[in-house]
Design a protein around this ligand. Structure first.
Ligand code: AMP
Length: 203
């Protein structure tokens, strides 16, 4: 199973992607975590990405794609992936799509969108900040990340809806209910597209 998660910051992508990875035996690839790892390790790529991440801007496509695409290709050959935080704009979506055209293992199965209202997103990210969270969880940066999502990432919902891949789930419910909702729809996708895998009980 190859799954993308397209949702605003604070919607719960990371939590839900971890659970999907476990249930379907696929790899969880989070572009934000990969970038934060590069920053912490002080690599050249991390140094080039640092200011963008701290401002809440998108890191240039070539840097992110270098981190994400090869890992996604490898994961696709070993059961699949759930990509959390990538693609974030049209150019990244087109690069991911071009990659999936190469081989049957790479075909996308679903694009998951977690719908959460703006006030709730802000509340969650500020709560994460006061619990000692990330350096980009400050009010001004949070607002900027939400604007970047609206301008650059949200238009991808139409892109994937047009391709019949978009599954929208209400992300404001309690975490476990969101997970159950996702399992319900994605179990259906798996049964339709990967019947051999569905014979093994989900974890
Ligand atoms: P996240 O953990 O997904 O909220 O991402 C944290 C930050 O990493 C974002 O605000 C961006 O600066 C950067 N980032 C993560 N994924 C991408 C991506 N696909 N394209 C560009 N920048 C990204």
């Amino acid at each position: 199973m190859n799954i993308l998660m397209v949702a605003p910051p604070g919607a719960g992508k990371g939590t839900q992607a971890t659970r999907l990875a476990e249930r379907y035996g696929i790899e969880h690839l989070a572009s934000g975590d990969l970038l934060r790892h590069e920053l912490a390790a002080g690599t050249t790529l991390g140094a080039a990405a640092k200011d963008y991440v701290e401002r809440g801007d998108l890191v240039p496509d070539d840097l992110v794609m270098r981190l994400v695409l090869d890992r996604a290709l490898v994961a696709a050959k070993h059961g699949g992936y759930v990509l959390d935080g990538f693609p974030r704009n049209r150019q990244q979506a087109e690069a991911a799509y071009a990659m999936t055209g190469q081989d049957e293992d790479l075909t996308l199965d679903a694009v998951v969108h977690l719908a959460v209202a703006r006030d709730e997103l802000r509340r969650r990210m500020l709560a994460r900040a006061s619990a000692g969270g990330r350096s980009d969880d400050q009010a001004a940066v949070i607002d900027h990340r939400l604007e970047v999502y609206d301008c650059q990432t949200e238009p991808l919902l139409d892109y994937y809806r047009d391709r019949g891949l978009l599954l929208t789930v209400d992300g404001e419910r309690p975490i476990d209910e969101v997970t159950e909702g996702l399992f319900d729809v994605l179990d259906g996708v798996r049964a339709a597209r990967h019947p051999a895998d569905s014979r093994h009980p989900a974890r």
